[in-house]
Ligand binder design. Structure first.
Ligand SMILES: [Fe+2]
Length: 388
């Protein structure tokens, strides 16, 4: 049975135009409803075997809180191999390549000037263990149970977080608005102790009914809460703050949620699963780099997938590692791995330009406000761009 043709409806231009455009405008209740409808349609043509049967308590915790530690995690040997691979692979200077200056540098050089070092999908997928972990049956059972359908793997990003003094973009509290329903599996490949880049999540901020109840109870406290919540009657009003993703409201969240924060630290291999529609942030390590992978699972070629401008890789990049003749694996990986015909599900994605920092002829078009590709740390308009 082929699972592939029917899903094209969801990944098509129509879905992108319609579903992505309205995704951030519908209410949180409608968002859940539409997500469930897409999941039900997906089940009509995939018959997902992953239904959250293996870890029912964990799944309940995930629904109730929005974040759980994973019962399955990579081995210490796998962690060492992954760290070794990325330590020897040149990276881009942002938490995903699309936000960087397109210059490849060694992680050691990147660490001197930038908060992050990240990799293209092609670089990530060639690393041993990662794709295999994404297709682990227990992981898929939890994710499939949460989403209510066979998951779509739409991002597999690996990045360093370096102990540099200025705060990183993702270190401010925010929410991700990737899909109607999505779930992120995070793996720390390095030891992350408290103060060394741990992840923060505000419990229940992923769920509209729990948030409505919480905001209602806080309003009834009166006093300071009354003025803090003026204009914030429900979850949708909270979500609309700062254009939906909620950046720039850390003080507000601290006052509203107090010390109701989950933190995840742990040794190399620590794996946790979170609905990052809930409010969360990363943090800056103090003394040594942190290496993390996020595996993002959703319903279709969603807003998060398009924002990252991911370039799918040919099957040959992972040949012999996972069985892509298996219809379910093929469905799960369809946005990241091209099929046999060489066509991809996203022909519109543009490859990052391979720029050599020392050779301006390789830079192509640089926008005036981009960081200068020479690596000076200045904007292009104040550096090489001021000469032209
Ligand atoms: Fe995020």
């Amino acid at each position: 049975m082929s699972l592939v043709p029917k899903h094209k409806l969801f990944d098509s231009w129509l879905a992108i135009e319609a579903l992505v455009t309205i995704q951030n405008r519908v209410t949180t209740a409608d968002r859940d409803l539409i997500g469930s409808m897409i999941a039900a349609c997906t089940n009509n043509f995939t018959m997902s075997p992953y239904r959250g049967m293996k870890y029912p308590q964990l799944l309940k915790g995930l629904r109730d809180v929005g974040i759980v530690k994973s019962p399955v995690a990579p081995s210490k040997d796998a962690c060492r191999e992954v760290v070794n691979y990325f330590s020897n692979t040149r990276c881009y200077n942002a938490h995903t390549p699309v936000y960087g200056d397109k210059v490849l540098r060694t992680p050691q050089d990147t660490a001197k000037h930038f908060n992050y070092g990240s990799y293209t999908l092609d670089q990530v997928i060639k690393c041993p263990h990662l794709l295999e972990f994404a297709l682990n049956n227990d992981i898929l059972d939890i994710v499939g149970g949460y989403l209510g359908c066979l998951p779509t793997l739409y991002s597999m990003n690996t990045f360093w977080t370096f102990p540099i003094s200025n705060p990183g973009l993702t270190h401010d509290y925010h929410r991700d608005e990737d899909d109607y329903k999505f779930l992120v599996v995070f793996v720390y490949w390095t030891d992350v102790e408290a103060g060394e880049g741990e992840f923060y999540f505000i419990p229940q901020t992923h769920d509209h009914s729990m948030m409505n109840a919480y905001i209602g109870s806080k309003r009834r406290e009166g006093g300071d809460m009354e003025s803090l919540l003026s204009g914030v009657d429900d979850f949708d009003a909270l979500r609309r703050m700062s254009g939906g993703n909620g950046y720039g409201n850390a003080d507000f969240y601290t006052k509203l949620f107090g010390n109701k924060m989950e933190q995840v630290a742990g040794e190399a291999g620590t794996t946790f699963i979170s609905d990052t529609f809930g409010i969360h942030r990363g943090s800056r390590p103090q003394t040594r780099p942190r290496l993390t992978t996020w595996f993002r699972f959703g319903l279709y070629a969603n807003a998060g997938y398009h924002a990252e401008k991911i370039i799918p890789v040919p099957r040959s990049a992972v040949e012999g590692r996972v069985n892509l003749d298996d219809a379910r694996n093929k469905f799960i990986c369809r946005l990241l791995i091209q099929d046999d015909t060489g066509s991809s599900d996203d022909e519109s994605a543009a490859a990052p330009v391979q720029r050599d920092a020392k050779d301006p002829k390789t830079w192509g078009k640089v926008s005036r406000n981009e960081m200068c590709p020479c690596g000076s740390g200045k904007r292009y308009k104040h550096c090489h761009g001021s000469l032209s």
